[in-house]
Ligand binder design. Sequence first.
Ligand SMILES: Cc1ncc(COP(=O)(O)O)c(C=O)c1O
Length: 394
Amino acid sequence: MKVEEIFQAYKECIMPTYNKVPFIFVKGKGSWLWDIQGKAYLDFFPGWGVGGLGHCHPKVMQGVRDQIGKLIFVPNNYYHPFQAKLAKELINLSFPGKVFFANSGAEANEAAIKLARKFGAGRYEIITFENAFHGRTMAALAATGQKKYQAGFEPIPEGFKQVKFNDLSAVKQAISGKTVAIMLELVQGEGGVNVADKDFISGLRKICNEQNLLLIIDEVQTGFGRTGKMFAYQNYGIIPDIMTLAKALAGGLPMGAMIAKKELSDILAPGMHASTFGGGPVVCRAALGALNAMQKEKILHNCQNMGKYLFEKLTFLKNSCPVVKEIRGIGLMYGLELNVEGKQIVQEAASRGLLINCTHDNVLRLMPALNVAKKEIDKAISILKGVLKAAYSA
Ligand SMILES: Cc1ncc(COP(=O)(O)O)c(C=O)c1O
């Protein structure tokens, strides 16, 4: 298909649920993407964190290639070796318990919500937070709680209460006899890159222990090294009761997972929950390849080092550029809050070959691959600086 035919087919045949940027990508490697005309782009926002290892990591590709030649689907009423192996690895990397495999972050969160309600046996209310994002399916949308995502889709399922993020007394006030769980992201990605305070999280853990509530941590965006640890909760000295995962899990293929601690792990008995494609052999091989790469290639170490380097560079940028109000983040997950809207900046950066994101209207978001190189950070900063300079004579 020619370029214009592709755009036309999208217009005629694909629901317009995304604000789209008119680039057609055909090839990717590491932190780089190539469009149909052969132009290269430095990708500092690979798929909302899906590209933890960048595009087309060789170990992920190899796992997929091997599996595709043998068997691509095994229904979940049978067994296959790679689901077993992956679950074991995930448990070894996190906490003792069991895994439920799904296909997306929202689906992993739906599973967590159902498990919490079943555990609650009558208690069903889940406390979530302002500016949270947990996905677009109905219960995940209810947990998300943001009016801009909910408008028009009422009635929203009941049983969720939003309170202020990082505010322990607001949580305490919201708890009632119906409360069963507290659910949150440790870094609110879509909500503007807001990092949870350490005291807040240890306070939540304590409240949950005292009141028999479940602490559900949504690591869909933060999981697999994004914050410099394998999982973000490992920065906080706590262990969640339930953790949800997706995005970087299978190195670019669709996969979600919920991990529940031992005491909860047999509550969802046969017939209570399911996902036809969840944990299929191809995605499991991709995820095993991704985990193998993370360990062999010292990805966490690189994330910590490059995270520091990027933060330094962003700090220089902020100091020379009054339009940048604040830098927030951890690991390789940064938000630059601007005192203007960020949409134009993202567009201009893209036209100069740098892909970034803007969330919450005025927060530029940078989440490069965790194996990003210093010279790629230098290039990204130089493009971003040029864009900000041109727009606001920094
Ligand atoms: C923290 C968080 N949870 C859940 C989701 C939903 O994931 P998915 O789009 O795979 O359903 C997202 C997506 O951006 C997310 O960032």
